[in-house]
Each structure stands twice: as structure tokens, then as C-alpha cells.
Design a protein around this ligand. Structure first.
Ligand code: ZN
Length: 331
């Protein structure tokens, strides 16, 4: 396979803190022989594990970028043992455009793995992660949120994996990140995800969903910042023990956790995130906005559980994810 066309301006083997870019060639209307310049920070001190921290895999999710830009400005190499690679905005063209997907090629980076060195800009970014960054990493933390169309309870997530030793490493990392909720998550569409690429290499991988709606709150940003420092302590890159607060264990064991809208209209949520639900409880109404005088459609809880996610905008379409109902689980 071809080598990656991406050039980094940092030396991954050098001790100290370096701030640079991943230069992804892109020839567009504004810049004929140009490049997408993805900011990267590498902090290294001696031997030790490597932690790879990323935000804005989807460009409209902001806790990751805020926490990681902040970390890149404060981390000192003398504080660490090992290496920390920080990429606050992984799908940089999506992030700069304030969109979930790339404004260059509409690429959803988290559906582009393992990527291609001779593909679209999004596929080239995925390929660089697959063949350069993931192989050099031991721990991989990808900070997501709901973006403009979803809102979640703040949770760190890991997956059920065939390799139970790896699954337990990932779950321990999820618990060390220590979001208010810890979720064993079923992915509906795992084939081309970054998560799947990292897990297939045996990495200790966790992701998060920390809020949503296309912005970030002081509370969710503080969860991200604390989670990242906790992960660096968990990996023995920073000294000290992770600061652990109570975290509620949840799981989405099968498709029944995901409620899909079959109607268009005005969404009236009847319960808020974190509410305890019994199967059959009305969770939302969808009002017909073409006319008055017709009864709204009722959407009911499919299982007993906790409302862990919801459609964020007040208008909804058929096919939109209306709600995520997680069960309480004993980890
Ligand atoms: Zn995301």
C-alpha cells in the first residue's frame, strides 16, 4: 500500500513538548497546492506508555476540543513519564465548518476507517490514524458528544469485545475516566468506526458521549478535563491515582435501547435525561405541524431503564434517533 501523504511537523520520538501540525494535502479553490493543517501536540518524557487523545472526530462536538486545547497549553513534559499525543480536532475540516462531517468531502470520519492513503481528505486522515498513530499508542481516548442533533447523559463508554482480557482493560479505563455514567455501548454501525480500528489492534480504547446540542457546558467540559487527567494517571503517565466520584453503570445490550422516530413534526419530550423509565411509559409526543386538531403520536419506553439520550432539535423527521434507553448494569 502507498505511504501516507500526510506529513507531521512534530518528532514523535523527541523528548519535550512540541506543538505542530499534521499536513494533509488538499488542492482546492482557495489554495492550489494547499494543505489541511490539523493541530497536534506531542509531550514526551523518557520511556513509558503512549496515550492518544482526540476530540472532534465529529466536528460539532465540543467537550473534546475544549478539554484538549486546554491540556495542550498546560501539560509539561517534566510532569509525565511516557508520551501523550493530543489532537483536539481530528476531523479538522468538519470542526472548522461547525459540522458533523467534513465541509470538503462530506466525510464522516467515524465511518471512514481504516481509510485510504489515496482517498478523500477524510479517508486520508483515517488512514494516517490507522497506520501511524494507532500503532504507536497503548491507550486511545476519543471524546465524543451528541453534536447538534443529539444530547446524552455524560458517559464514558466501552464495548463488549471477543477478547475478554482486552474488554476488561477497556472497562477499567472507562471507569478510570470516571464520567458520571459508565456505559457498555452497543454500536449500531461499527464496521468503519475509529473505535473498531483501535480495538482490532488490541488497544485499550474508550470513547465518551458528554452532552450535545452543538455546544458544551461548564459541567460537561469539567467532566472531560477531569477524565483526561484521570486517564493519564490510570496509564501511569501522570503520578497519582485517578480522582474517582460515584459513576452509574449503564448498558445498551440490544437494538431495543434505540427508539427511532417514524413521524415528522414537533417533538415534545415528556421525560428528561436521567429519568427512570418503565416499559410502556410515554417518553415523547410528536405533534403534526401541518394542522391543528389532530392528536399527537405517543412514543413509549421500549424497556425498563434510564433515558440516556434524546433527539435534540425540537423538530424531528422519520429515521431520527428519538431516544436512547439504557439499562442499569452491574459492572
Ligand atoms: Zn461523535
Amino acid at each position: 500500500m502507498n505511504s501516507s501523504p500526510v506529513r507531521q511537523t512534530v518528532d514523535f520520538e523527541a523528548d519535550g513538548v512540541q506543538h505542530g501540525h499534521l499536513k494533509v494535502p488538499y488542492s482546492g479553490d482557495e489554495s492550489a497546492w494547499g494543505a489541511v493543517m490539523i493541530p497536534i501536540t506531542v509531550a514526551k518524557n523518557g520511556d513509558g506508555p503512549t496515550v492518544l487523545l482526540t476530540g472532534a472526530n465529529h466536528g460539532d462536538e465540543y467537550e473534546g476540543p475544549i478539554a484538549l486545547w486546554s491540556l495542550s497549553n498546560t501539560l509539561e513534559s517534566t510532569h509525565i513519564s511516557g508520551r501523550v499525543i493530543i489532537i483536539p480536532a481530528m476531523n479538522y475540516p468538519a470542526f472548522k465548518g461547525g459540522k458533523r462531517t467534513s465541509v470538503i468531502d462530506r466525510g464522516n470520519l467515524n465511518r471512514a476507517f481504516p481509510g485510504r492513503p489515496d482517498g478523500s481528505v477524510t479517508e486520508v486522515i483515517a488512514d494516517y490514524f490507522s497506520r501511524i498513530l494507532l500503532p504507536m499508542s497503548d491507550y486511545v481516548v476519543d471524546i465524543h458528544s451528541g453534536g447538534k442533533t443529539l444530547e446524552f447523559l455524560p458517559f464514558a463508554a466501552s464495548h463488549v469485545l471477543e477478547d475478554k482480557e482486552q474488554q476488561s482493560r477497556c472497562m477499567n479505563a472507562m471507569l478510570a475516566f470516571n464520567a458520571p455514567y459508565s456505559m457498555v455501548l452497543l454500536e449500531l454501525d461499527a464496521a468503519k468506526m475509529y473505535d473498531t480500528a483501535a480495538e482490532a489492534m488490541g488497544k485499550t480504547f474508550i470513547s465518551t458521549e458528554l452532552g450535545g446540542g452543538g455546544s458544551a457546558s461548564a459541567k460537561t467540559v469539567s467532566i472531560a478535563k477531569r477524565g483526561v487527567l484521570n486517564m493519564l494517571k490510570h496509564a501511569d503517565i501522570l503520578t497519582g491515582k485517578p480522582e474517582l466520584l460515584p459513576s452509574i453503570a449503564l448498558a445498551t445490550p440490544d437494538y431495543r435501547s434505540f427508539v427511532t422516530s417514524e413521524h415528522s413534526g414537533l417533538l415534545e419530550m415528556c421525560v428528561d435525561l436521567g429519568s427512570e423509565l418503565i416499559a410502556g411509559d410515554v417518553i415523547a409526543l410528536i405533534h403534526d405541524i401541518e394542522r391543528t386538531g389532530s392528536a399527537p403520536v405517543k412514543y413509549k419506553a421500549t424497556i425498563n431503564g434510564v433515558l440516556a439520550g434524546r433527539h435534540y432539535p425540537a423538530l424531528i423527521q422519520p429515521g431520527d434517533n428519538l431516544a436512547v434507553i439504557a439499562i442499569r448494569s452491574g459492572l
